[in-house]
Design a protein around this ligand. Structure first.
Ligand code: ADP
Ligand code: MG
Length: 419
């Protein structure tokens, strides 16, 4: 479920956009005020106008900081923000020509934004507020905003600029908004499939624990019988029976580790370690007693001493999983080549395993790393190797990336934050 909290609420996305747009609006207003001084004959109350802009900027900075600190806005907060914008616009218009000011067109921006992002009752409230403000302006004695020269032309130009600004705001906002919402939809999908995956894994864990528990009884019996057998035998035979008893003991230990509440890879505590030596040792251990390609390990000098924080046993297992896959993918191909590299990019470490094996067909690429997804024969693949590798790094804020070209090879990269 932790995954779901990663998804931003729609109201938060909206408010972030309102804040961004408002920065643009404040800048535009200041520029307009400074330019208008040269266009209109009547003296504009520039200090008061700038004071309104400053108040708006200050309020915006407040909202921005609140959002940065993890504030959780509701629709109401978005509506109140838009209402504040309407109030500020009204103040600016009242100070600069009232109904004569072509920028009264900008009420449309707020009405549109409200309509796109808010539930009906709030959008209606915003539209009503705009209408009330606009009507009040109409009643206000028109400020003498007569233009310096060529009056009709300049008035036309003013209206044209106002229109372009309104159109630009509306289209930018709705485009960005739909993009944010689409991304959020994708994130939700991913969170959902991760949650399903975690459920399947939990089910597997329960199954494994049940099986382990069941196995304990027959193993205990075999162990006792092997002990009795050993007592009745002598020489080599006795040694063999003893060996059976020892191996059974080992099986029981493995099982009790599985059943122990803190025994599995999933609950191993992360710890900080130097990556390069752990990587080299893991590759060496994987190679022991195994024919096939020698993986070539290269460590970027910048990464030689780099440290990270992960459950280290699970990390070693992840490396072995990637090497298993690379070895299986290159099996039977001429000039088998498997390379492992460790790089440091900014404050991230990248561990990449590249092979020149069979690769993954494009349509399957998306599913790689899902639990239980395997293309191998039953009994050969569990479909858990990449899932577990991904799980190890993602738990600590890293990620896994798979690139592949069918018939040419595959590269799997584990990215982990540097400690
Ligand atoms: P398994 O190896 O048990 O099938 P994995 O999670 O390790 O499970 O891998 C899942 C699937 O991803 C494999 O069945 C295979 O189709 C594909 N795959 C993984 N690594 C490679 C690789 N290096 N080259 C080609 N295919 C790969
Ligand atoms: Mg595998």
């Amino acid at each position: 479920m932790a995954e779901l909290t990663r998804v931003e609420s729609a109201a938060r996305i909206n408010l972030r956009w309102i804040v961004r747009l408002r920065w643009g609006a404040v800048a535009g207003q200041v520029i307009a005020i400074l330019l208008a001084r040269h266009l209109v004959r009547a003296p504009l109350p520039v200090p008061s106008l700038l004071a309104v802009c400053a108040a708006l900027a200050l309020a915006n900075a407040g909202v921005h900081i609140w959002l940065q600190r993890g504030g959780r806005p509701t629709d109401r907060a978005c509506a109140l923000n838009l209402l504040a914008d309407i109030a500020a616009l009204t103040a600016l218009l009242a100070l600069s020509g009232g109904r004569e000011n072509p920028f009264s067109l900008l009420y449309l921006v707020h009405i549109t934004i409200g309509a796109v992002i808010l539930p009906a009752r709030w959008s209606i409230a915003l539209a009503l507020a705009s209408i009330v403000a606009f009507s009040a302006l109409q009643m206000l004695a028109a400020h003498d905003l007569s233009l310096e020269a060529e009056e009709p032309l300049l008035a036309l130009r003013g209206r044209w600029i106002a229109f372009v600004v309104a159109a630009a705001f509306i289209s930018t906002f709705s485009l960005r908004m739909s993009e944010s919402l689409r991304k959020r939809g994708e994130e939700l999908d991913r969170a959902r499939s991760d949650a399903e995956a975690a459920e399947r894994l939990a089910a597997l864990g329960t199954l494994a624990a049940g099986t382990a528990h069941e196995l304990n009884t027959p193993l205990g019996t075999i162990q006792v019988l092997a002990g009795e057998l050993a007592a009745q035998l002598d020489g080599d035979r006795r040694g063999e029976a003893e060996e059976i008893r020892r191996q059974i003991q080992r099986c029981k230990e493995i099982i009790s580790n599985m059943l122990a509440p803190r025994g599995g890879a999933d609950v191993e505590e992360p710890k900080e370690f130097e990556v390069a030596p752990v990587l080299e040792a893991a590759v060496r251990r994987w190679q022991e007693g195994r024919p096939g390609p020698q993986p070539l390990v290269s460590v970027d000098p910048a990464a030689a001493r780099a440290r990270t924080r992960l459950p280290v046993r699970a990390f070693e297992q992840a490396i072995a999983n990637l090497l298993d896959n690379a070895a299986e993918a290159t099996e039977g191909r001429p000039a088998r080549d498997v390379r492992v590299s460790l790089q440091r990019v900014r404050d991230e470490l990248r561990l990449t395993v590249v092979d020149n094996g069979v690769g993954v067909p494009e349509p399957l690429l998306r599913r790689i790393g899902e639990p239980f997804f395997t293309t191998k024969e039953p009994g050969h693949g569990t479909g858990l190797g990449l899932y577990l590798a991904r799980h190890v790094v993602e738990r600590e804020g890293g990620e896994m990336r798979v690139d592949s070209a069918e018939g040419r090879g595959t590269s799997v990269t584990l990215t982990m934050p540097e400690a």
